[in-house]
Design a protein around this ligand. Structure first.
Ligand SMILES: Cc1cc2nc3c(=O)[nH]c(=O)nc-3n(C[C@H](O)[C@H](O)[C@H](O)COP(=O)(O)O)c2cc1C
Length: 206
């Protein structure tokens, strides 16, 4: 039976597991705040064969997202590996199917954040996060980064930016999410949970 609690949708794409690991840490942060849950969902890969249809259940990872997951969410944490300094096409492809939500203003005044993983430290974490912010602003969402009161932002030797959580996977994609990167994922999840509850109260009071 599905819970009636409000939830933050933690929606990601991941091919080799790093962004999926970050998503689980963000979900942990969300669930550490009473009164709200995390809902982990992924997007199907895209295929060069335009008529290809994804199976209902992915081979691994979270269940595929649908528009209702987004419509009823109290906030969105959106994760993508960096692809040439930008979000991966499956994430963009899914966002491009959300115009009915945009038309209805379903995401207006809900909090949003982004997270990413890269192979190289200067390989585009910030540009990817900023590229992910753009469609979320078009949806009227309230974008939340990570404030420098999170000291891991100053201490990290890997990922972690004020634009959102990030992770350095290394050239062989085998560097685990380290202590500072994990702390920032959890902090981002907590912040989304608090903002999700606060903005839901604000929308109800209107
Ligand atoms: C097509 C493609 C483009 C990529 N572009 C970049 C890039 O611009 N900068 C970078 O540092 N890593 C890049 N990578 C590496 C991935 O971002 C990195 O391996 C990431 O950790 C994968 O996340 P995942 O484990 O969630 O799939 C690219 C990988 C692929 C397959």
């Amino acid at each position: 039976m599905r819970s009636e609690l409000p939830y933050i949708l933690v929606l990601y794409y991941s091919r080799s597991g790093a962004t999926a690991d970050m998503a689980r840490q963000i979900a942990k942060g969300v669930e550490s705040i009473p009164g709200i849950e995390a809902r982990l969902r992924t997007v199907p890969p895209v295929s060069p064969v335009s008529e290809a249809v994804a199976p209902e259940i992915p081979e691994q990872g979270a269940v595929y997202v649908d528009h209702d997951d987004l419509r009823h969410a109290s906030g969105l944490a959106l994760g993508s590996p960096t692809r040439f300094g930008n979000m991966a096409s499956p994430v963009k492809y899914f966002l491009d199917t959300t115009s009915s939500l945009w038309l209805n203003g379903a995401m207006i005044d809900k909090p949003a954040c982004a997270f990413t993983s890269t192979a190289s430290l200067h390989g585009g974490q910030e540009t990817t996060l900023v590229s992910m912010l753009l469609p979320l602003l078009h949806h009227g969402m309230v974008y939340a980064g990570i404030p420098y009161s999170e000291t891991a932002l100053l201490e990290t030797q890997g990922g972690g930016t004020p634009y959102g959580a990030s992770h350095l996977a290394g050239p062989r994609s085998d560097r685990p999410v380290d202590e500072h990167e994990r702390a920032l994922c959890v902090a981002q999840g907590k912040r989304m949970a608090r903002l999700g509850l606060a903005l839901a109260a604000m929308r109800e009071a209107r």
